[in-house]
Design a protein around this ligand. Structure first.
Ligand code: BG6
Ligand code: MG
Length: 219
């Protein structure tokens, strides 16, 4: 039976991809590295340190660990500053409605995000109160596609993976949910999240009614 829901943050609750893009682009321009929206798409769901490695590999650059951390920190400073402009108007359409509905029906709800800035994003959205458990980039050391962040969230909820549905917009996020034996809902195009148990183009279509009709034997 489904008793809990675990949500990814970026791309599911709110769309931060453009803010990440702007911050990585600024760093890349400063470093004379190539960076475009296609490359930004490859960073969906993966950690900050994995992201900078993807960008450096793409540019055939190698630097010592200390320099890499310094550059990732520089990008993060730009990103965090841009979050100051985020408001409760910035939920993806349908996300706040679904969270509200789940709480009113008594489901347990957790966050399972790779971001180390999740608390700040939730605060800007005024969304913290929706979550019984907040799992973020500081909670585990192995990031998606490892299942660790979702296992952390379900354990803190006191539920087994088979009692939880994970919402994800990233290919590696669905990989992580499947590796942990969670039920999964993919948000986005077939080529990205077509391997989820069920897929919706956007959060607007992902209502509790639709989710229940797909997993009907589990409710
Ligand atoms: C994920 C985003 O949620 O968080 C990734 O999809 C991002 O693009 C990752 O790299 C880490 O975020 P942060 O905020 O810790 O740099
Ligand atoms: Mg995401």
């Amino acid at each position: 039976m489904i008793k809990g829901f675990i949500f990814d943050l970026d791309g599911v609750i709110t769309d931060t991809a453009e803010l990440h893009y702007t911050a990585w682009k600024k760093l890349s321009d400063d470093m004379d590295w190539h960076f475009d929206r296609d490359l930004n798409e490859k960073l969906r769901g993966i950690s900050r340190m994995d992201s900078i490695k993807v960008i450096m590999d793409h540019n055939d650059v190698s630097l010592d660990d200390e320099a890499v951390v310094e550059l990732a920190t520089k990008k993060n400073d730009i990103y965090v500053e841009s979050l100051d402009d985020m408001t409760p108007e910035d939920y993806l359409p349908g996300a706040r409605e679904l969270l509200t509905h789940l709480r009113s029906e008594g489901f347990r709800v957790a966050l399972g995000s790779a971001s180390k800035n999740a608390n700040k994003v939730l605060k800007q959205l005024n969304a913290t109160h929706f979550f019984d458990v907040i799992g973020d980039g500081n909670s585990v050391s192995k990031s998606k596609p490892a299942p660790d962040i979702f296992l952390y969230a379900s354990e803190k909820l006191g539920l087994s993976p088979e009692n939880c549905i994970v919402f994800e917009d990233a290919e590696k996020g669905i990989d992580a949910a499947k590796a942990g034996k969670f039920h999964s809902v993919g948000i986005g195009p077939e080529e990205r999240v077509g391997h989820a148990d069920i897929r919706f183009d956007t959060m607007k279509e992902a209502t509790l009614f639709e989710v229940k009709s797909h997993f009907k034997d589990l409710f």
